[in-house]
Design a protein around this ligand. Structure first.
Ligand code: BGC
Length: 768
């Protein structure tokens, strides 16, 4: 835990004082992104201390050849790696010929870094005393434009404080970069053209194997005081590097400034043979506007995002900072503009998880995007899976399934499975269920049924086919069983009849059947098109139904709870609170076999099912299952505390709900899991949003109506959030004495407050 490191502030993440040991953690926390590219908060100037360099381009990856001890048939050939992309932010600085390097300075004082979430920029300032005795003041500010997502801008300023000095700015591009995480130390980038023209430079490179073409570009302008200077830069070029140097004699207390514009154009959006001209066009537009105008536009773009997605919390500044950090990072990662992109668990903040798509998107992220953006954004996320249906069918075929059964990958970049731990790749099949659930959730929330006949039904059929084929009939149990799986709790592998998986399988089949019927009745031409494609017989449907109706759901009469899996009660049921605390986190202290034999649960498993299918169970059943499973839960997945927070709030255990909330919202800011240097937990940030809106606010959709049961932790004075429900914007404010609901727009809206129906008129306030 790292509680006092980040200064509490409602709109900014602030670090004060330079500490070389914190550089890698801060590089994650202060990361920038704009949905199309992102970067860790690496310094512009050179740094010889410990650092984790990372610039990432959405959708650009490398298939790193699988490396395992013992090959198993069906393993994916590769693991997709998000690539550290060419560096465009670098600006070497020299003062009287000595490089400015914070690791080598005699002193670094007044160091302050700020990530301003309101306006979307990052700044850094410090006073450095170099080995040569020069004292300089440095100020750097940068952002990645939201409006023009191929470009970013940096303003970097040096003021000599104790003497005149010769200052050099050397902005550069560098494609001679590597990944920290590689299986075989392969070279990932092939640079084939390095060029420059006046104050501009370009590096064209393509990824090995995947052949993504990228042009990394930059243009610089320098100023002495306020005056632009038009010196010819000194050029250095080699095969993977180009720099332009600007040198000036600067008087004591005078400021030397560089504006650097840079970024990437990629062949996903441009003709690969004309990337340099595409880059020139981007540069022309951005330099014409200049740093200040771009920064103004950046503030406006973020203001528009915040006006819909902000959550305010009064009376608890750390909670306020935490939730804004989560909302900010989600918007930096994904904006829903491109259906080929998705939300990696680490976004643009690190290499772990390969930047790939997991079930996290459907289970955790969709509710956030559905409620805080136009509903097309959630639909775009669903389409991502529709577009990968053929690949999911091929994936299932590789594992021996047939007849259009679809198994979506646990981890993917392009629809192919690219994760190769057998217990995850082959066994964590519950991901298929989350993809079907997201279709249901989308329809439940938006009321847009058109997605199902147009695209969703084919996905539901592929998934139902998979579950039908994956289950087998046990004569012993006289039921269908699903053997050899890993549930959401990855601390159990190869178990039989994971309750969550079996329950989800049953639901998926029933939901597919229900929708086949509805589409047949109401969308005849879509029905015809789909049936011609999937060739579904009544016999097959009857077989599906037999599985759904007779699936085995492990249950303990003794405890009156569903069992996480067969044999769960054979474990030594010692609760987490009785564990020696020095053993936590168990995934960093215990051998894997020790973990597997223990009863400890990494994240919500049975309770994940109770979260998805809340209406299928009574509050009494939820309470019983929560009380049974939570004491064994170690919450070592970032996805865990949010589900528990929502359920604790539902059970009126506000203290517990609040503790879970803090843990989810400040997981990275306070570095609970001691791993923030690797990157941030982006997808669980959507879970943090759910903890407030669904947990404390109690928001649900019941029979086409929004429903709320507002509660508030005693630590807060008030909180508020907005949701876009079927193109109507509702603002909810909850304080210790009650709740207020305010509707924007032209139409009235009927909602449920504490299960009572009320109608809110447009532009009016309702108090409850
Ligand atoms: C969790 C998975 C999750 C993955 C990516 C793992 O630690 O157990 O449920 O999909 O992280 O966030």
């Amino acid at each position: 835990m790292n509680q006092d490191y980040i200064k509490p502030d409602s709109w900014s993440i602030i670090e004060e004082g330079f500490d070389a040991d914190r550089v890698k953690s801060s590089e994650s926390l202060f990361s920038l992104g704009n949905g199309a590219m992102g970067q860790r908060a690496n310094f512009e100037e050179q740094y010889s201390g410990d650092t984790f360099q990372g610039s990432y381009i959405a959708g650009v990856y490398y298939p790193d050849k699988t490396r395992v001890g013992w090959w198993k048939n069906g393993y994916p050939e590769y693991f997709a790696k998000v690539l550290n992309a060419p560096n465009w932010i670098g600006i070497n600085v020299e003062v009287n010929g000595e490089p400015l390097d914070l690791f080598k300075c005699k002193a670094v004082e007044n160091y302050r870094r700020e990530l301003n979430m309101k306006a979307g920029w990052l700044s850094r300032s410090f006073t450095a005393t170099l080995q040569n005795g020069m004292v300089v003041q440095a100020e750097a500010k940068r952002f990645l434009s939201l409006d023009s997502d191929e470009v970013g801008a940096i303003q970097y300023q040096i003021t000599p404080l104790n003497n005149d000095a010769e200052i050099t700015f050397q902005p550069y591009l560098d494609s001679g970069i590597a990944n920290e995480d590689t299986n075989w130390d392969d070279k990932f980038w092939d640079t084939f053209n390095v060029s420059h023209e006046n104050h501009q430079a370009f590096i064209e490179a393509k990824t090995m194997k995947t052949d993504f073409h990228v042009c990394t570009f930059m243009e610089s302008k320098v100023f002495v005081g306020d005056k632009p200077v038009a010196d010819e830069p000194k050029i250095e070029v080699d095969n993977t590097y180009v720099s332009l140097s600007y040198q000036h004699q600067i008087k004591q207390n005078e400021t030397f400034t560089i504006h650097k514009f840079g970024g990437y154009v990629v062949d996903r959006n441009h003709d690969k043979d004309h990337l340099v001209s595409a880059a020139k066009k981007v540069l022309k537009e951005s330099t014409k506007k200049g740093f200040s105008k771009l920064l103004e536009e950046q503030k406006e773009a973020w203001a528009a995002i915040w006006s819909m997605s902000d959550i305010t919390i009064s009376g608890d500044i750390k909670a306020q900072q935490g939730i804004r950090f989560n909302i900010f990072q989600l918007n930096q990662t994904y904006l829903g503009r491109d259906s080929r992109l998705n939300i990696g668990p680490k976004g643009f903040t690190g290499e772990k998880y390969g930047g790939s798509t997991y079930w996290d998107t459907e289970a955790y992220c969709i509710p956030f995007y559905m409620a805080t953006k136009d509903q097309n954004v959630a639909r775009t996320l669903l389409e991502y899976r529709y577009n990968h249906l053929e690949k999911a069918i091929e994936n299932a075929e590789k594992l021996g399934f047939k007849n259009g059964a679809a198994l979506y990958p646990m981890v993917t970049m392009n629809g192919e499975e690219c994760h190769n731990e057998w217990e995850i790749t082959f066994e964590e099949i519950h991901r298929n269920g989350a993809i079907a659930f997201a279709i249901y959730n989308y329809y439940r929330y938006t009321g847009d049924y058109s997605y199902i006949p147009e695209k969703g039904l084919e996905v539901l059929i592929g998934i139902a086919r998979f579950w039908h084929q994956r289950a087998n009939f046990s004569t012993e149990k006289n039921k269908y069983v699903i053997l050899g799986v890993t549930g959401p709790n990855e601390y159990e592998n190869n178990v039989n009849n994971n309750w969550y998986t079996n329950y989800l399988a049953k639901w998926c089949i029933n939901y597919a059947i229900e929708n086949i019927g509805k589409v047949e009745e109401e969308y005849a031409s879509d029905f015809k098109r789909i049936m011609e494609k999937v060739k579904l017989s009544t016999l097959e449907l009857a077989e599906w139904k037999a599985v759904a109706d007779n699936i085995y759901l492990p249950f303990s009469e003794k405890y009156n709870v569903f069992l996480q899996q067969d044999g769960f009660l054979d474990k030594e049921l010692i609760s987490v609170s009785d564990l020696d605390q020095s053993q936590r986190p168990i995934n960093q202290n215990w051998s894997w076999d020790h973990i597997l034999r223990s009863p400890y649960i990494k994240q919500a498993d049975v309770l994940q099912g109770f979260y998805f299918f809340e209406d299928h169970f009574t509050d009494e059943e939820l309470k019983r299952h929560f009380d049974f499973y939570e004491p064994f839960t170690v919450h070592e997945s970032s996805l865990s505390p949010c589900v528990h927070s929502i359920q604790a709030a539902k059970l009126n255990r506000m203290e517990q709900a609040y503790t879970f909330y803090l843990r989810t919202s400040r997981l990275d800011l306070d570095d609970y899991n001691k791993e923030v240097h690797e990157g941030l937990h982006i997808t669980s940030m959507a879970g943090t949003w759910m903890s407030i809106v669904e947990g404390f606010g109690g928001m649900r959709v019941k029979n086409d109506k929004l429903s709320f049961t507002p509660k508030i932790p005693k630590q807060w004075d008030a909180y508020s959030f907005k949701v876009n429900f079927r193109n109507q914007i509702l603002k909810v404010e909850v304080c210790q004495t009650g709740a207020k609901f305010e509707l924007e727009g032209k139409k009235e809206l009927e909602i449920l407050i504490n299960n009572k129906s009320v109608t809110i008129a447009p532009n009016s306030l309702m108090t409850a």
